[in-house]
Ligand binder design. Structure first.
Ligand SMILES: C[S@@+](CC[C@H](N)C(=O)[O-])C[C@H]1O[C@@H](n2cnc3c(N)ncnc32)[C@H](O)[C@@H]1O
Length: 326
């Protein structure tokens, strides 16, 4: 199927707009530090130093040079929602405020809350961790509920940096179940990244929830970036086991309905997904821009199944006219 922009549409689909409830977002005025000395984060050069401190399957770091062409000016959006946060690559790059970051993984959002509140405590708890197999399995066997918040946060970062493929995966009971990674010298404690992330998270609202619960609260003028687990290109090709719930075709349909509702309510939506037939079925011909994005598939146990593929970026708003970096 042709994968250029398929159709344009007016800025938003028509619909009745209800003012969204107050979610307790921080105000733009209370977090001057996050604005990098008076510059709007939107105006930061492409060497913006805030990078994800987690490795994440499907993380968008490498696609940011393409994505930034499609981000609207941050001053034009009312609030920013990112309900599939993962390693938060897009948020850390852009840093629009006020912002709400959420993910269904309660462990992940607990980690962000602790980094936000006490990054120096997390660094202190992380420094003693060692890249050794026996030690790794002992830490993995700990029950997070028995640990303090900083020890829990340090444990999760440690496991993420030293586990196989840097893959965050939970079993059906919600426990982290990835084997040891055997990296030579992983950077377990990246103080600079952690401090920059903590800085960027000041004033951000953090929630653990299903995307639909969070997005019920988005309204006119809000910007929503969606990066769900991808629809599989083939029966064996996709990774969706981030958490115990998984993400199946029914969830993709539920998400598409949510995107249509957000459009009707006057939200700007940017969605990443695979170029699977299901995604064309759900979004093609409904007035969205479908933009092909060259990417690499690298979450596959078989090296010969990693390689170049085309993903989609789906927008419900007019493309920025300048094409200049955001
Ligand atoms: C592709 S990853 C996001 C990657 C992220 N954009 C980044 O750059 O790292 C998808 C995320 O969706 C989360 N997730 C899965 N099902 C969800 C649901 N029903 N509601 C909210 N988040 C969900 C997973 O925990 C995972 O972190």
């Amino acid at each position: 199927m042709a994968s250029t922009i398929l159709k344009s549409r007016s800025d938003h689909l028509p619909g009745r707009v209800t003012p969204p409830p107050d979610l307790g977002f921080g105000s733009r005025k209370v977090h001057p530090a996050a604005y990098n000395g008076g510059m709007q984060p939107h105006d930061l050069p492409s060497t913006c130093p805030t990078l994800p401190f987690l490795k994440w399957a499907g993380g968008k770091q490498r696609l940011l040079p393409r994505y930034k062409l499609y981000l609207p000016p941050s001053a034009s959006i009312r609030r920013y929602f990112e309900p599939f946060t993962g390693s938060a690559a897009v948020y850390f790059y852009w840093q629009p405020k006020p912002a709400l970051l959420s993910d269904r993984s309660a462990h992940l959002m607990d980690l962000y809350r602790t980094v936000q509140a006490d990054v120096e405590g997390v660094i202190r708890a992380l420094e003693p961790h060692r890249n050794e197999a026996d030690y790794y399995y002992a830490i993995r066997a700990q029950n997070p509920a028995d640990l303090t918040a900083v020890a829990r946060a340090a444990r999760l970062i440690y496991l993420n940096k030293t586990c196989y493929n840097g893959l965050y995966r939970e079993n059906s009971k919600g426990a982290f179940n990835v084997p040891f990674g055997r990296y030579k010298n992983p950077k377990i404690c990246d103080k600079e990244r952690l401090r920059a992330a903590a800085h960027a998270l000041q004033g951000v609202k953090l929630c653990a929830a299903d995307f639909a619960d969070i997005l019920a609260k988005a309204g006119k003028g809000d910007f929503v970036y969606l990066d769900p687990p991808y629809a599989p290109l083939s029966a064996t090709s996709s990774f969706t086991s981030y958490n115990r719930y998984g993400f199946d075709n029914g969830d993709q349909c539920r998400l598409a309905q949510t995107v249509h509702d957000l459009s009707t309510r006057g939200c700007k939506v940017m969605l990443s997904n695979s170029s699977a037939p299901l995604i064309y079925e759900l979004y093609d011909g409904r007035g969205y821009h479908l933009i092909p994005i060259p990417a690499r598939r690298n979450i596959n146990s078989k090296a010969d199944r990693r390689g170049p593929i085309t993903e989609l970026l789906i927008l419900n708003y007019e493309l920025p006219t300048t094409g200049s970096p955001r």
